[in-house]
Design a protein. Structure first.
Length: 335
């Protein structure tokens, strides 16, 4: 599923760049994909707390596959324009707004509390292995002069993930007792709970700062590849793969060491490393420098993400987990 997600995002970005050769339109397509979580993410978290999280994830996987099939079909018949691409990116963003909080809170129903940090690190490794593999898939598709092929691959991956999800058996959820509030009442309760919880508030502020400062680099990779490093599709794939490889390595290291680390120290300590990597990328004019800087950025971002998500998972009350993680996901993507 993660390979599918990153393949689809990478291909969409490259298609937007090929259609317009404009950094404005490239950023607008990325905005259309990421913005919906700012509005719909908390709703997705409240729904996850009220209903079956696994079923919600399955529905979102199916809808993601449908979105991919529509994109590929329109591309091959020649009807894919920038406005249509914007609408499709917006649709995927809405789907992800419901998928992310349910998927993140599902982790707590699959592993015991003492294994949570390691489980999140392993999940981050899988997430970032997809980020490593996806640029290779996208790069091959682009070199074959058919970026939509990467979207077709993504749709198949989403369908495969849907079949695998049928084998997942989470333990029974502990839901809040008493009179059930309305959906908006649940939203307000989740926001109030988060804002009055100091550890959660600090952690969410940290993840916001890092995503506002570092994530635009990733969204601009097609333009960086073409305008700064002067490389073709294979070079673009190399930059994305370097980022993913660093992130996957960081996840592997943390999977075997998080039980010995102070999570708050790890979360704050990764900040300077993220800053240094981003500055290096901004100053780099050689392709090899971009490769190394993105590799290091991948390691630092993974450390920060694993630590902050572990703190949220271990701190939030079970009945509030979907809503708190929806805020986490909202800030992670909307940043």
């Amino acid at each position: 599923a993660q390979t599918a997600f990153w393949s689809q995002r990478g291909a969409t970005g490259w298609i937007a760049w090929e259609l317009t050769h404009s950094t404005f339109w490239l950023s607008l397509v990325a905005f259309a994909d990421l913005f919906p979580v700012l509005v719909m993410g908390p709703v997705g978290g409240a729904v996850a707390d009220r209903h079956d999280k696994l079923k919600q994830v399955r529905i979102c996987q199916a809808l993601s596959a449908v979105q991919g099939v529509v994109l590929v079909t329109l591309a091959f018949v020649g009807w894919l324009t920038v406005p249509v691409l914007l609408v499709l990116a917006l649709a995927l963003g809405i789907i992800q707004s419901f998928d992310q909080p349910a998927r993140l809170s599902l982790v707590g129903l699959l592993v015991e509390r003492q294994h949570m940090a390691s489980a999140i690190a392993i999940n981050a490794t899988v997430f970032n292995f997809g980020r490593f593999l996806a640029p290779v898939v996208t790069g091959v598709a682009v070199m074959l002069h058919s970026a939509p092929l990467a979207c077709a691959f993504a749709a198949l991956c989403f369908l495969s993930a849907l079949l695998l999800m049928a084998r997942v058996k989470p333990r029974e959820e502990k839901r809040a007792t008493g009179e059930q509030k309305s959906l908006f009442g649940d939203l307000a309760a989740g926001l109030r709970y988060t804002l009055t919880h100091e550890a959660l508030l600090i952690t969410l502020a940290l993840i916001t700062a890092i995503n506002v400062g570092a994530r635009p680099i990733l969204e601009m990779l097609p333009a960086l590849s073409s305008q700064v490093f002067r490389v073709d599709a294979s070079g673009f794939a190399g930059l994305g793969a370097a980022m993913g490889a660093g992130a996957a390595l960081g996840g592997l290291l943390l999977a075997f060491s998080t039980h010995r680390l102070n999570l708050l120290t790890l979360a704050t300590g990764c900040g300077p490393a993220v800053t240094a990597s981003v500055v290096w990328i901004c100053l780099a004019d050689q392709y090899w420098q971009g490769i190394v800087a993105l590799f290091l950025l991948g390691i630092a971002l993974t450390g920060s993400t694993v630590a902050s998500q572990s703190i949220v998972q271990l701190t939030a009350a079970d009945a509030m987990k979907g809503r708190v993680l929806s805020l986490y996901g909202m800030l992670f993507r909307a940043g």
